[in-house]
Design a protein around this ligand. Structure first.
Ligand SMILES: Cc1cc2nc3c(=O)[nH]c(=O)nc-3n(C[C@H](O)[C@H](O)[C@H](O)COP(=O)(O)OP(=O)(O)OC[C@H]3O[C@@H](n4cnc5c(N)ncnc54)[C@H](O)[C@@H]3O)c2cc1C
Length: 292
């Protein structure tokens, strides 16, 4: 591992200034569960590592039913799934936070780090799209917002420019009769990268028998995590029954453009999309009916 300088700013402005003015490559360190591994293995290089965990806003977790969730980018995953109100309001996010690594990893790893690492297989990414999260980005020139769906641009790449960092993720307040779910397929039960993943958010009518809005997102089956647009359009107005979930799974396969690699073939990944979309829709509907 190459030597690098280390800084631990205590404000967003200081962090942005360090990132913008550093000669060479400056990288943000949140939990370090991706970055340290990548630096050690010389997959990434850094001249300056900016540890952002001392910036209070970055480890904020503020939730209310009226204003939604404001999640500091470096808040460790365990704080999400150990918070009963947040887990109930955003179950897909809790599903993902719970399975990112084991105990040691989830006590450090953040959703912001997962997103900024920008792997199409990152577990929290599909839930961010399904839950319609927005990314608040801070730089020397101020603050800007982008939808989570527009954040990643290619494997390992995103919209952050030099000098910018992700400050927080903002999730809309939970809607009535709505809920969500995330599932992935991995060959082993833990410590593995998703071969495919799907997250579904649905809103039902007052009677609870018809889908009035839906967002399904897919991971590990395209260069970036993406919304299953055709399925999402079709789902609106459909009855909340198994045949609907199955058909949505078939439509979602059309949104996938997977590759074959050592973890799975194109055909296997497309098959998984159908299965995972069907399952996550069923779970999201069951949760919405149960009032989660
Ligand atoms: C044993 C093990 C198991 C794992 N299991 C899983 C798993 O099951 N699922 C999964 O998805 N991942 C897994 N990972 C990968 C990793 O834990 C996650 O991607 C984690 O969410 C990264 O978060 P972090 O806070 O540690 O990010 P870091 O490693 O600190 O940062 C990751 C990247 O994002 C950048 N970054 C971080 N925060 C910001 C910010 N605020 N603004 C701008 N850039 C930023 C960093 O510069 C770096 O490039 C695993 C890793 C290990 C070591």
């Amino acid at each position: 591992m190459r030597n690098f300088d280390y800084a631990a700013p205590t404000s967003l402005a200081e962090a942005a200034s360090l990132l913008a003015r550093a000669p060479g490559t400056a990288r943000v360190l949140a939990g370090g569960t991706d970055l340290i591994v990548q630096l050690r293995e010389n997959v990434r290089e850094a001249d300056l590592v900016v540890d952002v965990k001392r910036i209070p806003e970055l480890t904020e977790l503020a939730y209310s039913a009226g204003t939604g969730l404001h999640l500091g980018a470096s808040t460790p995953c365990y704080r999400i799934y150990e918070d009963p109100a947040v887990s109930a309001a955003y179950p897909a996010l809790a599903d993902a936070a719970r399975i990112i690594g084991g105990w040691q990893i989830s006590s450090r790893a953040s959703v912001g780090g997962n997103l900024c690492n920008s792997s199409p297989a990152g577990d929290s990414l599909a839930p961010l799209l399904a839950l319609d999260a927005r990314c608040v980005i801070v730089g020397l020139d101020g603050t800007r917002e982008v939808a989570a769906a527009d954040f990643c641009t290619a494997p390992g790449r995103n919209v952050l420019a030099k000098g910018e960092l992700l400050a927080k993720l903002v999730f809309p307040a939970p809607a009535p009769k709505a809920s969500s779910a995330y599932e992935r397929f991995i060959p082993r039960n833990e410590m593995d990268i998703a071969v495919a993943g799907a997250s579904s958010w649905v809103q039902l009518n007052a009677a609870g028998d018809t889908i009035i809005d839906a967002r399904v997102a897919l991971s590990a089956v395209a260069p970036t995590v993406r919304l299953a647009t055709a399925a999402n359009r079709w789902l609106v107005g459909q009855p909340a029954v198994e045949a609907t979930f199955e058909r949505a799974g078939e439509l979602a396969r059309e949104s996938a453009s997977p590759i074959s690699d050592m973890r799975g073939t194109v055909e296997f990944r497309r098959h998984l999309v159908g299965v995972l979309v069907k399952r996550t829709l069923a779970t999201a509907v069951a949760r919405a009916l149960a009032g989660e």
